[in-house]
Design a protein around this ligand. Structure first.
Ligand code: FES
Length: 303
């Protein structure tokens, strides 16, 4: 497998481009308990159904189409001038995300200890946050892999799962274990952190993601990388779900050229997205979460 690397030639399309873009991506109002009780479907506590209902509307479709046309290069911006360097990952908590646990940390460097502290509030020990890295939207999730990987696989005992991956045509692409044997620098499961690109593989939306440990998602986990369990990343545009614990090799294509590439990513668990989200390798600098730009070719599907 060829490592696809894209030079980060920074293109600044406007002084506040990333802010302008992400300002438009505020979360829609989360479904309320009252909504659940009054739902004609009779659903009381299945948040996923509520996300489905809130996700399908014309406004989000227009938004997704607009963002998809912007392309990868147009959202690349120089790193912040705060001296944190272009490898640092910063929290993004503008808009509705300011109600998330990292709401007061907007544009502050992501620290692993923050995720550990937040995971202590979860019954399954997971946490997640939206971020920005080199101007790109990203998501970081904490999974208590090191603590659970030696235990029998069971519900609510989350750990990273290395799985076989299949493309949109259901063709086998590869297995994550085999891939990682040849590319161990990409992912260290015992670091308990995983980072992925945050443009949905459905219509390239950059949504306000509903993340694990968000108060609107179910705090539970089931093994297998399927659609059960609440520990998913929800794209609020059309409610695609991705399992941050399920790692697979997959295949995607550049929307303009059709050129396909294989990548290591997290599994699509449900919804209209055809394939999973590509990973971005994490580099730890003490407690600070940084990232490698060696595999940015995996992020080009929206170009
Ligand atoms: S853009 Fe449609 S589900 Fe994410």
């Amino acid at each position: 497998m060829v490592k696809t690397s894209l030079s980060l030639n920074i293109k600044r399309t406007g002084e506040n481009t990333i802010g302008d873009i992400m300002d438009d991506m505020k979360l829609r109002p989360a479904p309320s308990l009252e909504d659940a009780v009054l739902s004609p479907l009779g659903e009381v506590s299945v948040n996923r159904r509520q996300f489905m209902r809130y996700g399908f509307n014309a406004a989000s479709g227009v938004l997704a189409a607009t963002l998809g046309a912007l392309g990868f290069a147009s959202i690349l911006l120089p790193p912040s001038g705060g001296g944190s360097g272009d490898s640092s990952v910063l929290y993004w908590a503008k808009g509705r995300e300011d109600e998330a646990w990292y709401g007061a940390k907007h544009l502050q460097p992501m620290l692993k200890s923050d995720f550990v502290n937040e995971a202590a509030n979860s019954s399954i020990g997971m946490s997640g946050a939206q971020g920005v890295w080199n101007g790109l939207p990203v998501i970081v999730n904490y999974v208590p892999h090191a603590e659970n990987s030696g235990k029998p696989i069971a519900d609510n005992s989350p750990r990273f799962q290395e799985m076989a991956g299949y493309d949109i045509g259901k063709n086998y692409v590869g297995h994550a274990t085999e891939f990682l044997l040849g590319n161990p620098d990409i992912f260290d499961p015992n670091n308990n952190l995983i980072m992925s690109f945050a443009r949905c593989t459905h219509l390239c939306c950059i949504p306000g993601w509903q993340l694990v440990s968000n108060s609107y998602t179910d705090d539970n986990w089931t093994p297998g990388g399927g659609d059960d369990g609440g520990s998913k990343m929800f794209c609020i545009c059309h409610s695609s779900r991705f399992d941050p614990t399920a790692i697979e090799v997959n295949r995607n294509a550049n929307r303009s050229t059709g050129a396909s590439f294989e990548y290591l990513g997290i599994r699509r668990a449900g919804g209209p997205a055809p394939v999973g989200l590509p990973m971005i390798p994490i580099i730890m600098n003490g407690d600070t979460i940084e990232a490698s730009s060696d595999y940015t070719g995996w992020l080009t599907y929206c170009d």
